[in-house]
Write a protein that binds this ligand. Sequence first.
Ligand code: HXC
Length: 510
Amino acid sequence: MINALKEVERKRKAILEMGGHEKIEKLRRSGKLTARERIECLLDENSFVELLPFVESRNTDFGLKSLPADGVITGYGTIDGRPVCVYAQDFTVLGGSLGEMHGMKIARLFDFALEAGIPVIGLCDSGGARIHEGVDSLKSYGEIFRRNVEASGKIPQINVIMGPCAGGAVYSPALGDFVIMTKNKGCHMFITGPKVIEAVTGEKVSPAELGGWEVHAMKSGNCHLVADNDIKALELVKKLLSYLPLNSNECPPVVNTGDDPMRKTPEIYEIVPEDQKKPYDARELVKVIVDNREFLEIQPSFAPNATVGFARIDGKTVGIVANNPWFYAGCLDVDASDKIARFIRFCDCFNIPIITFVDVPGYLPGVEQEHRGVIRHGAKVLYAYSEASVPLITIIVRKAYGGAYIAMGSKHLGADIVYAFPTAEIAVMGPEGAAEIIFKKEIESSGNPEETRLEKIEEYRRKFANPVRAAARGYVDDVIDPQYTRMRIASALRVLERKQKRRKHGNIPL
Ligand code: HXC
């Protein structure tokens, strides 16, 4: 028995040595942690239980030998005492490339996590399909993707990109819920790398220009959060998870934040200018309302005209959606629509109430937007709100014009409670544009067209562009003093706590 055990432990020791001293030192020199250190850093001390460490490749083509853990460490553990599954690709073992058995280990982990009803965290660092293993490797990618989709909307899936992520390696993160990228040297995501692009199209581009964190955080929208290094990225995973339930059958944990839900918010008088043309930063508005000003903004640099993220009110997790007039007047455009729709659908999957702050002049007009499909993308916002069955609480701050008014969590799409500030303007369009169209003749035939134009703008504003008209029809539950916003939301969250889920869905990448 003892001898047999010694033999097993000898094998295990070899596996724990990963790709060997030299490769580990190279990794360290580039400022990265090893795959095993990453897991240790992420999980509660001594909580990691490794599964399938002895799995090895069946392929021997091109001199392929048995590789430690086949290049990926899989298992489960706890974060802040809550269970999670985790896998970490080991770049020191053939560049973390994904062979048949490497992929099988990840697929099996997903099956296990689904049975257990707990999140999966992927720590990605991989050269993509293991070239030596050909179609076996592709098969395993397919098996993982199918699991990603099966788990979608049932358990949270968070991926951290900690090194290269090429070819097939990008799609499992893309099918998950959140992608966090590090600023590590050599950390990038792309389907086809610079060499292939140059060969096919003649374009010359560096890996960072093609798929570094700046590209994905600002332009492509593939990345939700960015961290300076491995340790900071793993801290972000923990923070993000603290807002989420373990699965779609549970509610997020309630935290004692110590912030009085009845606290008044008179700061809003200063933050939101009465002049509709003056911008303000919606994030400041959000921060004064939520517990302890803590707001985890998601995709802060992508489509910043829409602000989304997680916070707590009365200790409960809420999903925040806001138009942000600080950028492009808070217009809804193609990217903002995708960002908002996907966030709402995630919240709806995981029982997170949505608080919407509306200040939107409309969908962004322009040939480029129309040609990019603002109709199709804008429809996603309408779909997501209409489909959502979590509590929906909407605050109309200032402008709520046209289709964008309907789209941004209006009563008509199913909001449970809609409040308006006295500064709210709810109308088909802004008073200036409206007056120009419907009073065109009067303005043109007037002895003093400019004076008539201003009179007509004011007339339209009095009649339609104020919250009382909408409140009179029952489209707004009440016009509230902004200093009572936080307590009104806290009260709404309490009364809506038992709201029943209507239907379940996944979280398709939008
Ligand atoms: C097998 C691989 C590999 C791969 C890297 N390695 N990628 N082995 N299959 N895909 C090995 C290298 O041979 C090397 O082995 C070790 O990993 C480290 O790689 P280096 O090149 O030395 O490291 P670095 O300079 O940091 O470059 C990392 C890299 C580069 C950017 C990832 O290796 C690279 O471009 N790899 C190929 C990427 C790629 O085209 N993948 C296939 C995508 S197609 P030694 O023994 O020297 O340590 C694909 C299709 C799936 O994924 C589609 C599904 C939908």
